[in-house]
Design a protein. Structure first.
Lengths: 284, 321
């Protein structure tokens, strides 16, 4: 792989083997057995990360802003969802493993069908992904793990081109779980992932008839090298609220978090790098 | 149950390795208790002691009734669940249903009739099922989904349900413990999973690598012993804190594997299990998806040091065989 990349004369491949070794040295202290009950496998995670890293750095040219907002404590990392096939999740996880100190394996919550997929499900689990189940999430947070959630769900990732960067409704579950475990919510906005597949239409009724979660129609199924920015906001101050509080009380905070992510998104849209499929400002 | 109340104990399924170790521990912990071990299979009495008596007998109501009448037991261990792999492929379902369901029912009714103080029933974590959408750390309240996909596990699930329903119904009159252990390993244990683990070149799924918990036979026998005096009526998962992937477990045991895509493995499982190598079809799913159980409730009653061996140590020790 390294030889192939060198022959392509691409710019630097980012962290050297030594840096990766340093990162995983720190992670080994956290996972001394090299594995965890959710199927994480540090060695496999490292291999996967080393394959993803050139794409992260040279193809999607990811920039991370707000690293200083991340402290050495568990978070409920809460992001907008985009990019049709959840590439955003992969990029956020890579950022938290490689670019943020101390490195951490973010536990992405994945859809139920995903864990049943041969190879893909296992590779994802070995890299840290876990089934998006309430009990799973609570168990992870109570064991000091940071969890990555997309409260928009499939509605967020599977958007038509005209809806790009329009935040969908947030579900409440993630916030109730944060309250239960007293874990801070860390808002994150991802800019640029929408244009990885710039022209998409979702025939939702047909997808429903076929029993599919989404059916993206596009003239192009190759992920484009849209430059991606990951913007990390300040941790949301957790209120003194019961996890079983009424929806009305929860909704207030959900709206606050949604607004923070919307503001981060709008800021990011102003500063993004040129790419031919980018929407013009004010087009929203 | 007080220690002084334990004078006479019945162990059903004494031919099994776990039952023998449990009997040994009971003899040591309760030196004045008399133990009767029964089994329908031939018994190899490894423990010789004045306080233990072995009986090979058919599991009929008449035989059990006579035994209960003659011996006046204080506690009963039902460890005689018929495994899926030890039986002939012909007529297995009928035999298993009779023993696991009807047999369990008969034994429980006799326990009530003869005023037994404590009943301990060994179920299995298989009742939860190995499903792709299992959360990690399944607690005792989780639905038992094993028979949804595999009707051949019906008896295992129903036996557990018979026991737990009976337990709650009669909790005022009799203390009952239902234990759901993870895979038990050790030199004395010869179940389907341990045989699979030590078989060189046994197939593993190339596309899945589920996590497992392994409890050492000594730890499991200790839990069974302690359930007499330290556990109150209820259902308890019994598993270590640590987990290990199937492939890592095979590496620890130093057994090479044959990676095969799961769809090939599933389609050939039927053929394999009826010819040269018996491997229950439902176990293929346990080689694909994890079923990790939560031991919090058990540890809350037995203490944090309930386990002497960790998962990896349990595996290493079973290698000594």
């Amino acid at each position: 792989m390294d030889k192939l990349l060198k022959s392509l004369n691409l710019p630097s491949l980012g962290p050297s083997d030594e840096s990766f070794e340093e990162i995983f040295e720190q992670l080994r202290l956290k996972y001394p057995e090299g594995e965890d009950p959710w199927g994480l496998n540090l060695e496999r995670a490292r291999t996967t990360l080393q394959y993803i890293w050139p794409l992260y750095q040279n193809y999607f040219k990811v920039r991370v802003f707000g690293k200083e907002n991340v402290q050495d404590e568990p978070y409920m990392v809460t992001s907008n969802h985009s990019g049709q096939i959840a590439i955003d999740g992969m990029l956020i996880s890579t950022a938290f493993a490689v670019e943020i100190d101390p490195p951490r394996i973010l536990r992405s919550m994945v859809e139920r069908f995903f864990t049943a997929l041969p190879w893909v499900g296992t590779i994802a689990a070995e890299g840290g992904a876990v089934l998006g189940d309430r009990q799973n999430c609570l168990n992870l947070l109570s064991r000091g793990q940071s969890v990555l959630v997309f409260p928009e769900g499939v509605r967020g990732v599977a958007k038509n081109t005209i809806d790009f960067y329009k935040l969908q409704r947030f579900t409440r579950g993630f916030f109730r779980m944060s309250l239960t475990t007293q874990t801070k919510v860390l808002p994150v906005a991802v800019i640029g992932a929408e244009e990885i597949f710039p022209w998409v239409y979702h025939p939702r009724k047909l997808a429903k008839v076929l029993g599919l979660p989404a059916l993206p129609l596009s003239p192009l199924y190759l992920p484009l090298p849209s430059p991606v920015d990951i913007i990390i906001g300040k941790p949301y101050s957790m209120p003194d609220l019961s996890p079983e509080a009424h929806d009305k009380e929860i909704d207030y905070h959900i709206d606050q978090i949604r607004n923070i992510i919307r503001n981060l998104t709008n800021e990011g849209l102003k500063n993004r790098r040129p790419f031919f499929a980018n929407k013009k400002e004010g087009e929203e | 149950m007080k220690e002084s109340d334990i004078k006479s104990v019945l162990i059903i399924g004494i031919a099994g390795g776990l039952a023998k170790i449990t009997a040994g521990l009971l003899l040591k912990s309760f030196p004045h208790a008399k133990i009767i071990g029964v089994d329908s299979r031939p018994i190899n009495p490894v423990i010789r002691h004045d306080n233990i008596e072995y009986r090979q007998m058919r599991y009929t109501r008449g035989n059990f009734e006579k035994l209960f009448r003659d011996k006046e037991f204080d506690a009963v261990f039902h460890l005689g669940r018929m495994s899926h792999a030890d039986t002939s492929p012909i007529g297995t379902m009928e035999q298993r249903l009779d023993l696991n369901l009807m047999g369990t029912r008969r034994i429980l009714d006799l326990c009530l009739k003869f005023a037994i103080k404590k009943v301990v029933i060994l179920s299995t974590y298989h009742v939860y099922g190995a499903l792709s959408d299992n959360p990690v750390f399944i607690n005792e309240d989780h639905p038992l989904r094993a028979s949804i996909k595999y009707p051949e596990l019906r008896d295992v699930v129903e036996m557990d349900q018979i026991a737990t329903n009976w337990m709650w119904k009669n909790q005022k009159d009799i203390e009952t413990i239902v234990l759901r252990p993870c895979t038990i390993v050790g030199p004395q244990i010869k179940n389907t999973m341990t045989r699979y683990l030590v078989t060189p070149y046994a197939p593993v799924c190339a596309d899945f690598n589920p996590m497992f918990q392994f409890i050492h036979e000594y730890d499991m026998a200790s839990i069974l012993r302690d359930s007499l005096t330290k556990l109150s009526t209820g259902i308890y998962n019994a598993a270590t804190d640590e987990c290990i992937s199937l492939k890592a477990a095979k590496e620890i045991l130093n057994r090479p594997t044959t990676p095969i895509p799961s769809f090939v493995l599933s389609s050939t499982a039927k053929l394999i299990s009826t010819s040269f190598w018996r491997f229950p079809r439902y176990l293929i799913d346990y080689l694909k998806f994890a079923c990790i159980i939560d031991n919090g409730l058990l540890k809350s009653q037995l203490g944090q040091d309930a386990f002497r061996y960790k998962t990896r140590e349990a595996l290493l020790l079973s290698k000594l065989d």
